[in-house]
Design a binder for this molecule. Structure first.
Ligand SMILES: C[S@@+](CC[C@H](N)C(=O)[O-])C[C@H]1O[C@@H](n2cnc3c(N)ncnc32)[C@H](O)[C@@H]1O
Length: 320
């Protein structure tokens, strides 16, 4: 590991504030990463933290990052997806918890290691998997048909030139390296050196979200959090782009009794479910000071709420 911090935690004071941790509380850090949130949770008095990450490297590094807490039993590290948290908590006899934080997306450690294949700025194998299972980005791009690749670029990258890029990818196969993919995208849509944003940004984001089923994970993770929090427990979720933020916003609106706007053709039906969350806070963005210190925090947004007493709703279970 390099001497610089492996990942600068984003909106950390705001997340810790939203969790309102009391001495002895049991808290879940659903996205352990480099342990930035976990360290603060322990520092403000959490009695026990359960840190989840689907990335085996994050879990392996975590043990050395916070050795005292692991040794004393205050920190339990689990290599698992956060959508599985309620099952893991039950299996380990932990039960309902006082707070849950999710910090969605990739860590700087993942982005900065070329061999993980997340970055178009450093050449590496086209992998992009956070965990170790499932197809790599190269396998997907070399096997999927053009329409499927275009759908992924449009849906998860909001890429207006999805069809053009998908055609260029299919024509350029096989593709094995991140630099090859970045060059194909730049050639396909035209890129001038010094242009404000690299056209490969959206393509890389889209493929990463698809390979890791990140939006499905977020939806299922929110439902798992609803099942895992005790009444009065706090949920804090940080997202990095509008696709993710929309999911969290919609979930908290629905679960707190808000109803979607109706129309003449689509009247609003009364929601028969009792609200499971209350005190939904206004979204929070990084301060000027944080933006200056950590430009990667630019698009971060925190949403938080407090768990009510109503039973968790049935999972939509659309996936799996
Ligand atoms: C933005 S980083 C978290 C950084 C952390 N808050 C810190 O301060 O160091 C996101 C982490 O979440 C992990 N991750 C993403 N999706 C996940 C999921 N569905 N389940 C578990 N971990 C996930 C990634 O592997 C990555 O390590």
């Amino acid at each position: 590991m390099t001497s610089r911090a492996p990942h600068t935690p984003v909106l950390i004071d705001e997340v810790i504030g939203a969790l309102a941790i009391q001495p002895g509380d049991t808290v879940v850090d659903g996205t352990f990463g480099a342990g930035g949130y976990t360290r603060s949770m322990l520092a403000v008095g959490a009695g026990r933290v359960i840190g989840f990450d689907r990335d085996p490297d994050a879990i392996a590094n975590g043990r050395s990052l916070v050795p005292d807490a692991v040794e004393s039993g205050r920190l339990t590290l689990v290599e698992e997806r956060f959508s599985q948290m309620d099952r893991v908590l039950a299996d380990r006899g932990i039960g309902l918890v006082d707070g849950i934080a999710l910090d969605i997306g990739v860590s700087s450690m993942q982005l900065d290691r070329a061999e993980r294949g997340f970055s178009f700025q450093a050449d590496g194998p086209l992998d992009m998997r956070m965990g170790q299972s499932g197809p790599t980005a190269a396998e997907f791009l070399n096997q999927a048909d053009e329409a499927e690749i275009a759908r992924v670029l449009r849906q998860y990258g909001e890429e207006p030139r999805a069809r053009t890029i998908a055609r260029a990818i299919v024509a350029g196969r096989p593709i094995e390296r991140t630099a090859e993919l970045a060059a194909i995208v730049r050639r396909a849509v035209g890129y001038r050196a010094g242009q404000k944003s690299d056209p490969a940004t959206r393509t890389f984001q889209a493929i990463r979200i698809h390979i890791n089923a990140e939006l499905d994970e977020l939806e299922e993770g929110l439902e798992a959090a609803e099942r895992s929090l005790k009444p009065g427990g706090r949920l804090a979720v940080v997202t990095f782009h509008s696709l993710e933020d929309r999911i969290v916003k919609r979930f908290l609106r629905e679960r707190s009794g808000g109803t979607p706007a109706g129309s003449r053709h689509r009247p609003v039906l009364a929601d028969p479910n009792e609200p499971t969350f209350e005190r939904v806070a206004k979204p929070v963005s990084p301060s000027e000071r944080e933006l200056a210190a950590n430009p990667r925090s630019r698009s971060a947004r925190l949403r938080s709420a407090v768990r009510g007493t109503a039973p968790a709703r049935k999972s939509t279970g659309e996936r799996k």
